[in-house]
Write a protein that binds this ligand. Structure first.
Ligand code: SF4
Ligand code: SF4
Length: 392
């Protein structure tokens, strides 16, 4: 592809993002690079990416692989004094160019092909999406049978297929069952919501998924969607609205908070010290900070401690759009954010690091193995902690 064509494609894509024009207001301050967890391994920090695009040397950025060293943590975008939409516009547009040129990282290509073919990144049959329901001792209703429910519970791909994340899904379903929520799942009709495909520059696939999912949603009657998948939550409230979707969506931290009075009646004491990790697309991107803290603090006897990097300053787990770029990142960056984060949680005296996004849990559990913290610190989703408090 000639450079003129590359720049034309790049700007056309960036123009679709709200506040795109702020790209031209970059003052080259470098705050973005200083905020990025991968800045030590990258040739082009966000500041240098902007400069390179302005200078028309996009090819050099793409060849350097710098645009793949990003987990879409949103720190640079939030801290940028000019509000340049780096995470939503600049990096996905550069990634799209790489995809168009036919040289995406292998792991990512495989995940995207699997999503297009099977509706999930794990090369699993859509028919297996609700297999987790066979592992609980109560009936999980299907929308296809029930037709109507107050809450449509969306599990997301990790929540449905990943063995560790399925435990989170089962915990949340059990809580809904115990507090009498009128809920149902889509089961094998659910497909990947697509936020990570979008952030990785696969916009065509994202649109297909959004249209297909919205068609499925429209078959049933429900008041709201509840999901524990932070990226599904983000895409539903920020991106699906562009395709006509307008239902209420609650992240599970908000759902638990809304049901807190009922939950409090069921809580037993827990004699732990816990800290809370603000997942990027719960906290920094979507401003949900207090609800999970209030839920945690209302568990009797539980001691809650904050880590120094909390709320909008929380460190990314390294998952996000980087979840399928592990080998690219490993090759180029020695520093692993998840390892630093579990050490930080341990240093404040926590027995449990509580999270609120399914991607966090496997990222942090892997980090425990290499930091010698296995057996010293436990990783739990907030729904698992709440269920522990209910079950005593
Ligand atoms: S923080 Fe914003 S204004 Fe500063 S260099 Fe980065 S993109 Fe430009
Ligand atoms: S979104 Fe996060 S990982 Fe990506 S460039 Fe910005 S600070 Fe770095």
């Amino acid at each position: 592809m000639e450079i003129e064509e590359m720049l034309e494609n790049l700007f056309k894509r960036m123009e679709e993002v709200p506040d795109y024009e702020k790209f031209f207001q970059c003052i080259q301050c470098g705050v973005c690079g200083g905020s990025c967890p991968y800045s030590t391994g990258t040739v082009f920090t966000p500041r240098r990416m902007v400069l390179a695009i302005r200078a028309g040397i996009v090819n050099e950025v793409i060849e350097s692989f710098s645009h793949w060293l990003c987990s879409s943590c949103f720190t640079c975008s939030l801290r940028c004094p000019s509000r340049v939409p780096i995470t939503d516009a600049v990096i996905p547009a550069l990634r799209e160019l790489s995809l168009l040129q036919g040289n995406p990282p292998e792991e990512l290509a495989s995940a995207l092909i699997s999503i297009a073919r099977y509706g999930n990144p794990f090369k699993k049959s859509p028919r297996k999406r609700d297999d987790w329901t066979k592992e609980v001792e109560f009936e999980v209703p299907l929308m296809a049978k029930k037709k109507s429910a107050e809450v449509m519970f969306l599990t997301g791909c990790y929540g449905a297929y990943h063995s560790r994340c399925r435990k989170i899904t089962k915990s949340l379903a059990k809580i809904m069952h115990m507090i009498g929520t009128d809920f149902a799942i889509l089961g094998n009709e659910e497909r990947c919501i697509g936020d990570l495909a979008r952030l990785n520059g696969e916009f065509g696939l994202f649109e297909e998924l959004a249209e297909k999912n919205i068609r499925t949603f429209s078959k049933y009657s429900f008041s709201k969607i509840v999901t524990h998948d932070a990226h599904a939550y983000n895409a539903l409230i920020r991106e699906y609205t562009k395709f006509g979707f307008g239902k209420e969506v609650l992240h599970h931290t908000q759902f638990l908070h809304k049901n807190l009075e009922r939950l409090k009646e069921m809580f037993n004491s827990l004699d732990y010290t816990v800290t809370y990790h603000d997942s990027c697309y719960v906290g920094r991107r979507n401003g949900i900070y207090e609800e999970p803290r209030e839920v945690i603090r209302s568990i009797p006897k539980l001691k809650f401690v904050e880590m120094k990097r909390n709320r909008e300053n929380a460190l990314c787990c390294g998952g996000g759009s980087g979840i399928w770029l592990d080998s690219v990142i490993k090759e180029r960056v020695k520093y692993r954010p998840a390892e630093s984060r579990v050490k930080e949680a341990f240093s404040v005296g926590a027995d449990i690091l509580v999270t609120a996004c399914p991607l966090d849990v496997p990222m942090f559990e892997d980090a425990l193995k290499v930091t010698d913290l296995e057996g010293k610190l436990e990783i739990m989703d907030i729904s698992e902690l709440v269920l522990n408090a209910i079950e005593g």
